[in-house]
Design a protein around this ligand. Sequence first.
Ligand code: SF4
Length: 527
Amino acid sequence: MRAANADTVRRILCVFPRYTPSFGSFEHAYPLTDGVQAFMPPQGLLLIAAYMPENWPVRFIDENLGAATDEDFEWAEAVFVSGMHIQRRQMNDICRRAHAFDLPVAIGGPSVSACPEYYPSFDYLHVGELGDATDALIARLARDCARPDQQVMLKTADRLDMSNFPLPAYELADLKRYFLGSIQYSSGCPYQCEFCDIPGLYGRNPRLKTPQQITAELDKLLECGIRGSVYFVDDNFIGNRKAALDLLPHLVEWQKKTGYVLRLSCEATLNIAKRPEILAGMREAYFCTIFCGIETPDPVALKAMHKDHNMMVPIMEGIRTINSYGMEVVSGIILGLDTDKPETERHLMQFIEASQIPLLTINLLQALPKTPLWDRLAKENRLIEDEGRESNVDFRMPYDDVVSAWRRCMGAAYEPASLLQRYEFQIRETYTKRIKPPSEKRTTWPNVRLGLIMLRNIFWKVGVLGDYKLEFWKFALRRLARGEIEHFLEAMTVGHHLIMFARAASVGQQNASNYSVRLREASVPAE
Ligand code: SF4
């Protein structure tokens, strides 16, 4: 559903801020593709765009693809912005530019919902999810589109049932220019890991869309030009296990109908390994990757952060079980925990070697507002506000030791030979367990053309101009000899980004956390 038509017509400009280049946004992969320029289409803002009254024209600008222009601001009567903490500066910058045109600016999304105080200059703060606050905002703008005298905060008390969510306005986004498609089935997570703000923001009882909404969204994503992979951005795909089981047959049916043209991936807790019926359904639905917040291989640390559910099966066994259904595990890892010791770094490297996981997001611990970790550290007087620091946590170990360990781990984990060897393992042991989708709808001329362009870019930019040629050609020739072209493209686009990002990180040129408040100049201007 969408908001009821309003008597007055308002032109709404939705602006999504630029990301600070980060480990998880894959910038170094884009030049190897045929024109990808941004990570994922923003679910929240496209949802809000779709919810607007039908008679309100909406324009959507993702500043990762191109900045909003003067003409956009001149066209608009109100501006909506949404984003995460890491985009805070960019959001405030959009507000400043919109105010130069005397436009009222509203901000919603996860960052303002957790920290309204970060956004003093916005006219409207939309705190919480889509619901009565959204309706109140629309009613106010319909009545009067001038900037209010003082800031107005609207808090959602009554959330719109997810089964009533409209299909996100994917038609407003240039989907071909995104690295991944995104989709959301559920919101919330039943667990309470100490560092995580999801249960506080979205609740512990996951709310759900219907399977029919999801297949309709997939249809729309395809119609609007998405290719390759679609990521379920649910906080935990198995937050409600019965719902996951209900959805899977619909996904399998959809894949059969459309010819398996999209690979699927999601985030889920590692205890998914205890659910063979879910894993089997995911394999059939052509899920190829699961992001698991493994966080640390240390059971003491897992207990301390209230992530005991990671120990429901031995970690290594859980990873191998998931692999046996054809799914590669991507792992979140945290350094700087209170339980870390000098040997933590060595243990992490041993874990990487043993698990053979190619992609691990290794972050320094960061305390997010509205988390139990934040409350505990505040009580212990261990929160440090300093934008020059890599983390706002006063670690138990010396700060310089923790940051140096992070840099060494990044350098070693993404040393080209080591990373490509882990991909080699996955190609041999995991990818071979995937279903073999029929080729008719996948081997089309646009896909062949895309593959040729990517091959050309990879051979030229990595094989000829790159500086890890020996490791690259060893890996490349083995793939070519075995006809593993798709695996080669998949591994090299992601792998090249990891290698390049980790190099910069290991010499201190990148942030040590996707959540870090350490803000870099390059990340600020969107103009
Ligand atoms: S399982 Fe994941 S989403 Fe759930 S609380 Fe823990 S870290 Fe957050």
